[in-house]
Design a protein around this ligand. Structure first.
Ligand SMILES: NC(=O)c1ccc[n+]([C@@H]2O[C@H](COP(=O)([O-])OP(=O)(O)OC[C@H]3O[C@@H](n4cnc5c(N)ncnc54)[C@H](O)[C@@H]3O)[C@@H](O)[C@H]2O)c1
Length: 240
């Protein structure tokens, strides 16, 4: 299929990794829709002929309505990248119900909501690519992040299960697991914490959002015909 007719959706695309993924797909020639929460930054996307929709991914009705809007406009949806995610860190013994539930609802239920909304049109098309942004923390765990780690481990389980459900329809579903990527989410670390972390990264640098974007770009491209149900780390060797 001509690349120019391919339609992609990226969630949480107002900044950070999601923004880099969306820009990469736009550069590759995709028709693009983005979901995000920040109105001003969404307006920036609109100026680039991108369909920018204010959608909270944890709200199934909002997701369904937005996917419907994409289908009304382009009649198809070829790629969905579930990137939206949040952290609410703290030790388990002090974690509030709200910090647990909000993280699970955004990071895991949000992925479920979007996958469920796009899977029917993809099945009808008999083609599609889904990439879910997990985390190395979902594989290895991390003290102070039981909510986040559980949500990302859940995303990995969802990814593998859905990959098995839809493989016969030529829909490939993968996860990427970033390590330490330079974004607003990680900038809160102190210089000291950063230095300790760098010691554990064989490539001796933090990742850039573009490092993740290029990996996602490959997974959703026509060059990927035989990789599905995988969790691909993008972590500078952190978890070797
Ligand atoms: N930065 C890292 O080191 C790192 C490492 C591993 C995984 N990740 C994952 O990568 C993804 C992007 O992270 P980032 O560092 O770019 O974070 P970020 O905080 O810079 O950006 C997150 C984006 O998600 C959006 N978002 C949050 N909740 C939303 C909701 N309910 N509905 C719609 N949009 C929502 C935000 O508006 C924002 O655009 C997340 O899933 C995160 O867990 C990041």
């Amino acid at each position: 299929m001509d690349m120019l007719n391919r339609v992609a959706l990226v969630t949480g695309a107002t900044r950070g990794i999601g923004r880099a993924i969306a820009q990469h797909l736009l550069n590759q020639g995709f028709e693009l829709a983005v979901f995000g929460r920040n109105q001003d930054l969404l307006a920036e996307w609109e100026s680039q002929s991108v369909v920018a929709l204010a959608v909270d991914v944890s709200d199934a009705a909002q997701v369904d309505a937005a996917v419907h809007e994409i289908l009304q406009r382009w009649g198809r949806i070829d790629v969905a990248v579930n990137n939206a995610g949040i952290t609410r860190d703290g030790l388990l013994m002090r974690m509030s119900d709200d910090d647990w539930e909000t993280v699970l609802k955004t990071n895991l239920t949000g992925v479920f909501n979007v996958c469920r909304a796009v899977i029917r049109p993809m099945i009808k098309q008999r083609s599609g690519r889904i990439v879910n942004v997990a985390s190395v923390v979902g594989i290895a765990g991390n003290a102070g992040q039981v909510n986040y780690a559980a949500s990302k481990a859940g995303v990995i389980g969802l990814t593998k299960s859905l990959a098995k459900e839809v493989a016969s329809r030529n829909i490939l579903v993968n996860a990427v697991a970033p390590g330490y990527i330079d974004t607003d989410m990680t900038r809160a670390l102190t210089e000291e914490q950063r230095a300790v972390l760098l010691k554990h990264i064989p490539l001796q640098r933090t990742g850039q959002p573009e490092d993740v974007a290029k990996l996602v770009g490959f997974l959703v491209s026509e060059d990927n015909q035989y990789i599905t149900g995988q969790v691909i780390r993008c972590d500078g060797g952190l978890m070797i």
